[in-house]
Write a protein that binds this ligand. Sequence first.
Ligand code: FA5
Length: 350
Amino acid sequence: MHDGSENGRPTEAAKAGPQAPAEAGPWLAAIAEAQDAAALQELRVRLLGKRGEITQRLKALGQLDPEARREAGRQVNLLKRSVEEALEARRAELERQRLEAQLASERVDVTLPGTRPPQGGLHLLTLVTNRLLDVFQSLGYEVVTGPELETDYYNFEALNFPPDHPARDTQDTFWTTDGRLLRTHTSPMQVRYMETHRPPFKVVVPGKVFRNEAVDVTHEAQFNQLEALVVGERITMADLRGAINEMAQALIGPGTKTRLQPTYFPFVEPGAEFAIWWTNPRTGREEWLELGGCGMVHPKVFEAAGYEGVTGFAFGFGIERLALVPYAIPDIRYFYQGDMRVLEQFRGVL
Ligand code: FA5
């Protein structure tokens, strides 16, 4: 049975009312089928516009005699009303459909996994430094830091580099107009620390250092060092060897061999370069990895710090070396270029 409804919802024609004249049928059907607001507007103009069909009929009423005019007027007004109602009903329906589609397209599925914003991470050099500090702290060392902008006194003179000493040439640096300099190594913290502390002590000093270098794959004008200073009674070269061994074993593994080769630094006597024996991950071959310098603290350095009757050793090395070789990084300059393609490879490696 047809009751003027579709799925329980009244059809546009049915909504126009039961008294709609039969001739309205095709118009009401066209209105109900209009697919958008433009099509609806076109129908409105065709029927109700200035020259619209219904408007023409209303105008024509004046030519009828009063008797006929009443009936014809009733008919045409009914027609007009049913068309107006159908237009409004269809407009409302199209608007409802438009809103429904918009809502569907804008629906947010709260059960979908979220998108994580990109997260920062620690630079490989920071990771390596933190690992080194962990190792030294577990060996009983205290961590201290010092100024990067130094005086000539702490960087050179107090470390037994007299003003015109040729050893200064090995560490050329950048000077400020007031005669200060960017420290060339972490060793200036030796005298700075001793001036304000009494032995015995064991300290490590991580930090940035600077040199006026011809930059290449293994040399930067800015790099990082880690310095160790141990001062107390009857400290010997054997303690220095022991400390370097302990560090190497904590870093690389039990039984790691180390080597000291004599060399000259003005602030140690005797002085040596030290290396650790390890497997180069780039080549898979075992070899010596030269790390830095070491030695027994020179009496002149103790004198500058106002110390008497004590002994001690120091060593210092470049942190970049310990990051470049293990991670097979071909060029030291990658560390400071901020290239995310390089940096992201080392996210969380340590
Ligand atoms: C020194 O700087 C001494 N202060 C080390 C020291 C400390 C000796 C305590 C004795 C006692 P040297 O100039 O050799 O030494 O530098 C130490 C290490 O820093 C080098 O072995 C190397 O690993 C690193 N290094 C030196 N120059 C550069 C550079 N331009 N770029 C990157 N790393 C460098």
